[in-house]
Design a protein. Structure first.
Length: 191
């Protein structure tokens, strides 16, 4: 396990949408490498981001290409948090593809660089993604989280998500088992 990076409490990140970020050549050029650094470091440290082993750079680049393609089609939102030109966090949602589920989207990932955690970046990213979902006409924004991810679950509850289901011991990481917790934010009930 890597030693913890010192936390930089002077970070004042800017949260950009995907269009803003990729229109800046300096930000676009290093996006895949920076996202890979964040995601692989977090997964190596045990973060519940959908991978057991850190993803490869190619896997992250392919994921970003997929999400950016969906953003251009109006079926996703991608938010990126920068401190200067350094990526310190990212998050996205994708609209459900099935015709009967088109008004709904799933908040897929919110990830913040270990050195920048605890500074409100996850809240800022998630809040921006929620606003994007409302603007896109999403009726219900869903997500799932590993049951031991108490910080993320607390953040989602504080932003209005409610738990609608749980699969006990569903996520297997080696010999360990974790609950899979399903949450939703129903914009129809919020007027």
């Amino acid at each position: 396990m890597k030693p913890a990076m010192p936390r930089d409490t002077t970070l004042r990140p800017t949260v950009l949408d995907a269009v803003e970020a990729v229109s800046d050549p300096a930000l676009r050029e290093g996006l895949a490498d920076s996202a890979h650094r964040i995601l692989s470091d977090l997964v190596a440290g045990g973060a519940a981001l959908g991978w057991v082993e850190p993803p490869s750079r190619d896997e992250v680049a392919e994921l970003l290409d997929h999400v950016l393609s969906a953003v251009r089609a109006g079926d996703a939102a991608l938010r990126l948090a920068y401190a200067g030109h350094r990526l310190v966090g990212l998050g996205y949602w994708l609209r459900y593809a099935r015709p009967t589920h088109r008004p709904h989207a799933d908040l897929e990932k919110v990830a913040v660089d270990a050195a920048a955690q605890g500074l409100g970046i996850g809240r800022a990213l998630t809040g921006a993604l929620i606003a994007d979902a409302r603007e896109a006409g999403i009726e219900v924004l869903t997500l799932d989280a590993r049951g031991d991810n108490a910080g993320a679950l607390q953040l989602y509850r504080s932003l209005g998500f409610t738990e609608y289901g749980r699969l006990p011991d569903f996520v297997a990481v080696g010999e360990r088992r974790y609950d899979k917790v399903f949450c939703m934010l129903d914009f129809r009930r919020q007027g």
